[in-house]
Design a protein around this ligand. Structure first.
Ligand code: ADP
Length: 271
């Protein structure tokens, strides 16, 4: 009898803790859905006014309203740069919300990763200059063809470049290379900046994760870029990871499948 009683006691305890777990699961699910709904509403609501600000700035800049006074050029440029920054953030939030719903859609094409990296780096140069870091580019065109969503890969590359420049902290050069390694095409972005402490992997790649999130942190950012980059690269069947030495710098690696291992459409069909 004692045995049966203690068995029944254990059984009802187990049942209680199971229903507690279920309740917790329901609460987490509700919180997750509320977060998604919030992200979706706010991103869409921000997008419309941003588009109209961008349009208005482009109109002023085009000269259609008359020549802009010299003194106004600086502030217009600042407004334009920051509108783009905000638009990128909104794009990040929208992508995050889509990815959370398991719906990260890829528009697939075969493209030249080398060319993409060269173009993204050229667009990025003025920013690197303002961050007082040099760029060394070891990338060839027409060698490294990959399959995937070109626009999303641009987002990943831009994010890696902007992190490298930001966390260089005005020190050293950024090295960018694309190489063929094993069955992969490997992009590397190396900086000689602040580095990342050991064991910070999860923080670096998690949603809103930042290694240093204190009030005294001097670098801007949201902690979204690498989380989104990881989702994008993994949706392509690739890998993203880093090696780093605190105080010395970091290298971020992106590996994508080498399309030379697969039949490619004729050159003329790619353009
Ligand atoms: P953030 O908007 O903060 O840059 P990311 O998701 O791009 O967000 O990066 C997450 C965190 O990883 C950064 O806040 C930073 O702590 C760390 N990190 C990313 N790239 C580098 C780098 N090149 N050097 C040092 N730390 C980095």
């Amino acid at each position: 009898v004692e045995l049966a009683r203690s068995f029944m006691g254990g059984y009802s305890e187990a049942q209680k803790s199971r229903s507690r777990l279920e309740e917790e699961h329901e609460r987490t699910k509700a919180a997750f859905l509320a977060k998604n709904q919030f992200l979706s509403t706010i991103s869409h609501e921000l997008r419309t006014p941003l588009t109209s600000i961008k349009g208005a700035l482009a109109l002023v800049d085009s000269g259609a309203l008359g020549e802009l006074p010299e003194k106004a050029r600086g502030p217009i440029k600042i407004a334009d740069r920051n509108t783009h920054r905000l638009a990128n953030l909104v794009d990040d939030l929208l992508l995050l919300q889509k990815a959370d719903g398991g719906k990260l859609e890829l528009t697939e094409e075969v493209f030249d990763l080398g060319e993409l990296v060269i173009d993204a780096t050229e667009l990025f140069r003025p920013y690197a200059e303002s961050a007082k870091v040099g760029i060394e580019l070891k990338v060839k065109r027409d060698e490294f063809w990959v399959r995937g969503d070109r626009k999303k890969i641009v987002q990943v590359v831009t994010n890696l470049l902007s992190n490298a420049a930001k966390f260089s902290n005005g020190r050293g050069e950024i090295l960018i290379s694309v190489q063929r390694e094993g069955g992969h095409i490997c992009l590397r972005v190396t900086d000689h900046g602040i580095g990342i402490p050991e064991g910070a992997d999860r923080k670096v790649f998690e949603e809103f994760g930042q290694v240093d999130s204190t009030d005294t942190r001097k670098f801007q950012g949201t902690g979204l870029g690498l989380n989104i980059s990881k989702r994008i690269i993994e949706a392509h069947g690739g890998h993203i990871y880093y090696e780093s030495v605190l105080g010395k710098g970091s290298t971020f690696y992106v590996e994508m499948l080498d399309t030379t291992r697969y039949p490619l459409p004729a050159r003329s069909m790619l353009s």
